[in-house]
Design a protein around this ligand. Structure first.
Ligand code: ADP
Ligand code: ZN
Length: 210
């Protein structure tokens, strides 16, 4: 089963992708996580992608399409996969089709704009181990300090308020059109993001199993 999770940044795609991975047993593929690791390790792709990511822009299609193609060729993807953060543009969706990948379901997780901004602006990340927190929804035991490793917590460049605004703008312009793209192919299911993560997971799993 090949799945796509759509949704604005901060809608909770990554969290739900982990739940599906655990419950259904197919791997989560997050182009965002792959790119962040590439930036951290200063690989050639990471060096190319960093400035786009820090400013809230999308990394060029050819770069992410190349990454995705390599990843889905790995043996753990042979029974299916969950795409989290890909495709993010119509050309990326067309590239997926051109690779001969069949998509079974596309789940769009929808969350109101105000909630998205509140979620993203409270996000804090550990500079040492990368663990993430939220000042309101998931605070560390001691303010500004990582529970896991004691490292200092910061606002990542891509979570700065101006960048958050830009990421949402780019989402609406470039990614939201994919909702109609997949609706037109009869593949789209909409899940309304709930207050509690577990309630959203229940709806997502029902959709996957339907
Ligand atoms: P979030 O969901 O928090 O916006 P991600 O972890 O999915 O972030 O992605 C982080 C950044 O990586 C994005 O803001 C974008 O710059 C880049 N990125 C990830 N996936 C893609 C993609 N499919 N196409 C272009 N850029 C991408
Ligand atoms: Zn830490």
């Amino acid at each position: 089963m090949n799945l796509i999770l759509l949704g604005a940044p901060g809608a909770g795609k990554g969290t739900q992708a982990e739940v599906i991975e655990r419950e259904i047993g197919i791997p989560q593929i997050s182009t965002g996580n792959i790119l962040k690791a590439a930036v951290k390790n200063a690989t050639p792709i990471g060096l190319k992608a960093k400035s786009f990511m820090d400013s809230g822009a999308l990394v060029p299609d050819d770069v992410v399409i190349g990454i995705l193609k390599e990843r889905i060729a790995e043996p753990d993807c042979k029974n299916g996969f969950i795409l989290d953060g890909f495709p993010r543009t119509i050309p990326q969706a067309e590239a997926l089709e051109a690779m001969g990948v069949t998509i079974d379901k596309v789940i769009s997780i929808e969350v109101a704009d105000e909630k998205i901004e509140a979620r993203l602006s409270g996000r804090r990340a550990c500079t040492q181990c990368g663990a993430t927190y939220h000042t309101v929804f998931n605070p560390p035991k001691t303010e500004g300090v990582c529970d896991k490793c004691g490292g200092p917590l910061v606002i990542r460049d891509d979570d700065k308020p101006e960048t958050v605004k830009e990421r949402l703008r780019v989402y609406k312009e470039k990614t939201a059109p994919l909702i109609d793209f997949y609706k037109g192919k009869g593949k789209l299911s909409v899940v309304i993001g709930q207050e509690e993560v577990a309630d959203t997971s229940k709806l997502v799993l029902e959709t996957v199993r339907a």
